[in-house]
Ligand binder design. Structure first.
Ligand SMILES: NC(=O)c1ccc[n+]([C@@H]2O[C@H](COP(=O)([O-])OP(=O)(O)OC[C@H]3O[C@@H](n4cnc5c(N)ncnc54)[C@H](OP(=O)(O)O)[C@@H]3O)[C@@H](O)[C@H]2O)c1
Length: 237
């Protein structure tokens, strides 16, 4: 599908990658762009419609979907992260539940609310923002990585279920991006625009998976190897 002429709804659009998805949709000629944000009063991007949305709140998701019945492209971007000591941390279950509510159940809530809208509009697209940690967990990110692996699994099942509705589902995998989420991490980072370009170009080419940086492409390339990179990742943690 093309971004030009589409009606785009982006979750977590207030800043970071979500804001880049919104701005690039406008630049690529989207007919209408909805920014799903927790605080619409603080959002001001010309030509973009702010819609109140908290992905952890079922009623909020239902109300946003009700308001945006012309959506043809959904970007499930809202997400949170947290570093921890590792999988044996006493906080592992509590932290996982907290992160899952946004990164996994949030994706489910929003997809379930919007997929029927896309279908009713003749089909469309869903981009799910995942991560390279989908395939490569490290102790520091154990809880966060599990949420992205779960969301990847959901993405794959969703793709099969909605293809009969003419809806295309793209999973986006990427390592560090230069946003608030990675403040304090002194590592190479992709720009939000480069990541968004990769996702939109994959969608427009009819693809299913955007590997937005060299690291993600490398990790994916090793998965079928006996020496897959997740056994011995070249990073701390
Ligand atoms: N940055 C990275 O290195 C990186 C790498 C791979 C994948 N990702 C993924 O990319 C996505 C965007 O991350 P980012 O780097 O742009 O992070 P960010 O700068 O921290 O922005 C997160 C966005 O999600 C929103 N959000 C959080 N919880 C929400 C909720 N319950 N309901 C609605 N919106 C909510 C935030 O809204 P508020 O402004 O209201 O807090 C904000 O707009 C996430 O899914 C993240 O996991 C990031």
């Amino acid at each position: 599908m093309n971004i030009s002429g589409s009606v785009v709804f982006v979750t977590g659009a207030s800043r970071g990658l979500g804001l880049a998805f919104v701005k690039e949709a406008v630049a690529r000629g989207a007919k209408k762009v909805y920014a799903g944000v927790r605080n619409p009063a603080a959002f001001d991007v010309p030509g973009v419609i702010a819609v109140k949305l908290d992905v952890t709140d079922e009623a909020s998701v239902r109300a946003a979907a009700q308001h945006c019945q012309d959506t043809t492209l959904l970007v499930n971007n809202a997400g949170i992260a947290s570093v921890m000591q590792g999988p044996l941390d006493q906080n592992m279950i509590e932290l996982s539940q907290h992160l899952m509510d946004t990164n996994y159940y949030g994706v489910i809530r929003v997809s379930q609310a919007f997929a029927p809208i896309l279908a009713a509009n003749g089909g469309g697209g869903i981009i799910n923002v995942l991560s390279d940690v989908t395939w490569l967990s490290i102790p520091l990110l154990a809880a966060y990585a599990a949420t992205k692996s779960a969301a990847w699994s959901f993405t794959n099942a969703l793709r099969l279920q909605v293809r009969g509705d003419n809806t295309q589902v793209v999973g986006l995998h990427v390592g560090f991006i230069d946003t608030d989420l990675t403040q304090g991490f002194d590592v190479p980072k992709s720009t939000p625009k480069a990541v968004v370009d990769s996702a939109y170009e994959t969608l427009e080419a009819g693809g299913f998976e955007a590997l937005a940086d060299e690291g993600s492409r490398y990790i994916k390339s090793t998965l079928s190897s006996a020496d897959a990179v997740y056994f011995n990742p070249p990073m701390p943690g």
